[in-house]
Design a binder for this molecule. Sequence first.
Ligand code: HAM
Length: 427
Amino acid sequence: MSINIPRGTQDILPGEVEKWQLIERKARELCERYQYHEIRTPIFEHTELFHRGVGDTTDIVQKEMYTFKDRGGRDLTLRPEGTASAVRAYVEKKMFGLANQPVKLYYMGPMFRYERPQAGRFRQFVQFGIEALGSSDPAIDAEVISLAMNLYKELGLKKLRLVINSLGDKESRNAHREALIEHFKPRIGEFCSDCQTRLEKNPLRILDCKQDREHPLMKTTPAITDFLNNNSREYFEKLQKYLNLLDIPFVVDPNLVRGLDYYNHTAFEIMSEAEGFGAITTLCGGGRYNGLAEDIGGPETPGIGFALSIERFIAALDAEGIELNLNEGIDCYLVSLGEEAKEYTVGLLQQLRQAGFSAERDYLDRKIKGQFKAADRIKAKFVAVLGDDELKNEVINLKDMTSGEQKEIKLDSFIKVFQELQDRGGL
Ligand code: HAM
């Protein structure tokens, strides 16, 4: 019996993986421009980190984590997201003491959530995320948002919608919390058991319950924006001012609460508005998490970041019909006939590759026609043909596959000539 891939995971094969590589390259390049530096943290962490970081009452922690005991009896969890790990490393490695502040980090790698798989929702997915720690200037909130928007735009996405909200500071959140309890309490019996426990522990989480979404009380919930104190309101206004300054269009949605507990002040999501994108339209989510470093044992540190998945990025590109400009085709394919010529290409291939060219030869003992077909399939820009006769005369026949032109070249100057004609752009 054959063994299949686990549900909610993907094999990304050659042909498709080039899209991933391009997005990843672009993300790294953008981080360089914005001065975010890569951090690599473990794929698994102590389970406690996510309980404290992401929050006990969230769907992620309650229902979606891949948690296991290792052989030493330790409670470990495959990371469901990257912020808690980045902040754990920031605290543990005392990055708050670095001379260069704020600390601006980025990461890229697989995350794991036991969710119901559907279009755009996987159990293993790859997030690219950034975190800026140590600044509570709303200008950096705008910078974080602009990096995400620019990444999407530079790869051609147009149908984007940026939604922002403020979740306020502690005082504003407490006032909102009381209002939520008052709102839901009289009819909490009509809600799912999770929401019933959330009522006292964390009523905000009721708002992103997937089960009770249609309950009439959900449509009239008190909005956080009505409870923002002056400080929080000013912060939110400044963010909007900066977004306007950066020419980034946005809409304010007072119901945007995000599914993780660590947020305060800025919360945002970027959605795809492409037709036929599917039910899940959120491409990217993020926000400010000023209390998180403290919650996991570090000093009081302001922070903000976002994460987006490459899976949904590619789905959005597909939905907008955007073909990425992938660097396709190889520089040279070596066609050979005759035993000696075949042997000779082993060394010649090596020389081409060492000179920095992408090059290939036949390994299946194909006839000359088959070798040309193989060269075509991998979109060779040049084909060099070497037979035993050419070998005797110490020449090789080079064909420019774009123009169809051919030229005989001295074998001992082949690499040099090949290099020169690359600079010229053809034969
Ligand atoms: P999140 O909203 O849970 O936030 O996830 C961020 C993004 O990850 C989503 O917008 C989506 O693109 C992608 N994503 C989440 N779950 C899945 C899935 N099952 N399949 C495919 N893609 C998925 C966070 O993870 C926060 N750590 C973001 C953040 C960073 N906030 C501050 N800093």
